[in-house]
Ligand binder design. Structure first.
Ligand code: ZN
Length: 608
């Protein structure tokens, strides 16, 4: 039996099952009870907030032969509308039917009486995508609608709808669903599905879904795909590369006390875990924003990210002014990620700036919390190597400067630092620069990657993650240093017994890893690092999201490869290995290319 996505399985079938949107539901219900049904409705609001679900329930309610507060969901009309086979309820996705002909085709039939139901209901989703001509054709019908017709137009972008259309509709604005409502619903779904999920994990999913129930259920689905029936906060965090609120508060405490050793140790521990540095920065910014507002107004209701305890803790450390400065700093940092080669390095620089800022604004600066490492005398500081280029805007932009500053000023062991230039320096051999010019984009075979995901398991991933944490030990290794550099910011997506998929920073690095033959040493390094000969596939972040979306779609369709049905291709062998290779199975020819399968927009790509 094909697997059905949770958001389809748990789509609301009655008004009472709708999560949130109470005012809208009650108004619509009353309009049916009092027989005051309008001929055109406009449902506006963010995705996943229930617009099309309510439209379908409304279509059932007006046509149900046993309507009493709710559609019965049992009469012929109800059943056929649920299945999408009722001849009088026409659903159209305007995103793929934008032309005037599409609308004319519908409108031609508007004048005919309904075949079986009382009302013909036209549900047009993403109506803002219609062309100008199509809107005009629609407008003519809306001006003089036959009495048996109801239009329900749904949109995420009402600004793009002509005012002439809007003025002829009864408009309903759907708000984002509250985290608490989403949490409750997720809890119910988990109970019904026999999933043991921690409350903290579900709360995190609710937060990640930003008020969209469909997203929340998709995220839950994804967590189930990767973690199985027991879902913890760690699972959600590791899939989405998140840092917990407690840890963010801890980071802010280290910043305030200028405890750089602890701060950088903590930060360094994030990269092997595949923490999403951009999300971390944005989370920290929101945490500081929340705390700044709270420190001014002391209103718990205004907290969006923080608990009261966490807010009190942060406000006891920082002044409002400092918090606002940190917000600025994190905003600035996020903008810099677009031009920086290594986001994690830039995050570390931001941490340095934050320490600087937090200690500067305090009066008196250092004496409150004497930090021996901060008061290093000038003569103790080793002369720093002269930078290849000088940066007028920021005096700490070269890797040597940053490393020296971290080491000398703050006592962070150099071995724990992974510092790369913000922009590639000509003086530093840089793998990603070398390979960025590589014209051949290598995209691994989708079937092979799906097979790895099917066979991947959590314990293997945990094992590999802890081994990846040792990668910095190889940074100065003559033989493997280069590969350690390439893989330093890699994030583990999935591990199977004989293979793993990682996410790397640039397409150049991914190409280099995916095209490497055995004698290039990368697989040798993987073996050295992981203690097992594993087939390594590297993807960019976008490709990883695409792969997960594909995995989800194929699992919904029930068309995932059976375990072990696909064999891994061989790397190009060295001569030494040629003899052994003869017994090995022939490499499988790639079937579908990822690019060909991912017609952009064909399905939902979550930004993880
Ligand atoms: Zn019914």
């Amino acid at each position: 039996m094909a697997y059905k996505a949770l958001y389809r399985e748990y789509r609301s079938r009655s008004f009472d099952e709708i999560v949130g949107q109470r005012a809208i539901v009650e108004t619509l219900r009353n309009s049916i009870k009092n027989n005051r049904i309008a001929h055109a409705y406009l449902f506006c609001g963010p995705r996943g907030t229930g617009k099309t679900s309510i439209a379908k329930i409304f279509a059932k309610a007006v046509n149900c032969t046993n309507f009493h507060e709710e559609p019965c969901n049992e009469c012929d009309n109800c059943r056929e509308i649920t299945q999408g086979t009722h001849p009088d309820v026409i659903e159209m996705d305007a995103a793929s039917h934008t032309s005037v002909d599409n609308i004319r085709e519908i409108i031609e039939k508007v004048k005919y009486a309904p075949l079986r139901a009382k009302y013909k209901v036209y549900i047009i989703d993403e109506v803002h995508m219609l062309s100008a001509g199509a809107f005009n054709a629609l407008l003519k019908t809306l001006e003089e609608p036959p009495s048996h017709v109801i239009f329900i137009l749904a949109t995420t972008d009402p600004m793009k709808i002509p005012s002439t259309i809007i003025s002829r509709c009864q408009r309903y604005d759907f708000g984002r669903i509250s985290d608490a409502d989403i949490f409750e619903h997720l809890k119910e779904v988990c109970e019904k599905e026999g999933i043991n999920a921690d409350d903290t994990a579900l709360k995190m999913i609710a937060r990640l879904s930003a008020g969209g129930m469909r997203d929340a259920l998709s995220i839950l689905d994804q967590c189930i795909s990767f973690a199985g029936k027991d879902i913890s906060l760690e699972d959600v965090s590791s899939i989405y590369g998140l840092v917990s609120l407690d840890e963010m508060t801890e980071l802010l405490a280290y910043i305030k006390t200028a405890d750089s050793a602890k701060l950088f140790k903590k930060v360094a521990s994030y990269w092997p875990k595949g923490i999403d540095v951009k999300r971390l920065t944005s989370d920290l910014m929101n945490v500081c924003k929340d705390a700044a507002v709270y420190s001014r107004l002391k209103d718990v209701n205004l907290l969006t990210r923080l608990t009261k305890d966490a807010a009190d803790k942060i406000v006891s450390m920082y002044t409002t002014k400092e918090l606002v400065q940190l917000v600025d700093l994190f905003l600035d940092t996020m903008a810099k990620y677009k031009v920086s080669e290594s986001a994690s390095s830039y995050f570390e620089i931001a941490m340095l700036k934050a320490i600087d800022l937090a200690s500067k604004t305090e009066t008196p600066a250092v004496s409150v919390s004497p930090e021996p490492v901060l008061t290093v005398k000038a003569e103790e500081v080793k002369p720093e190597p002269k930078p290849a280029r000088t940066h007028a805007a920021n005096s700490m932009n070269t890797p040597d400067e940053i490393r020296a500053a971290l080491h000398n000023r703050f006592g962070v062991p150099e071995s724990e630092l992974e510092v790369e230039p913000i922009k590639a320096e000509e003086t530093k051999p840089d793998v990603s620069r070398e390979t960025l010019e590589d014209p051949a984009d290598i995209t691994p075979d989708a079937e092979i990657m799906l097979d790895i995901l099917v066979r991947a398991n959590k314990s293997e991933k945990a094992k590999d993650t802890s081994k990846f944490a040792r990668i910095n030990e190889y940074r100065d290794d003559e033989r493997y240093g280069r590969y350690a550099g390439m893989l330093a910011n890699a994030k583990l997506l999935a591990s199977a017994d004989d293979s793993l998929i990682i996410t790397v920073q640039t397409k150049g690095i991914a190409n280099q890893i995916n095209s490497a033959s055995d004698d290039e040493g990368i697989s040798e390094f993987a073996e050295e690092l992981l203690g097992a000969d594993k087939y390594l596939i590297a993807l960019t972040r976008d490709e990883s999201s695409d792969l997960i979306a594909l995995f989800r779609r194929r699992s919904e369709e029930g068309t995932l490869p059976a375990k072990g049905a696909v064999s891994l291709p061989e790397r190009a062998k060295t001569e030494k290995d040629a003899a052994e290779a003869e017994e090995m199975p022939k490499p499988q020819t790639p079937t579908d290319r990822l690019d060909a399968m991912f017609g952009k927009g064909n399905y939902d790509l979550r930004n993880m």
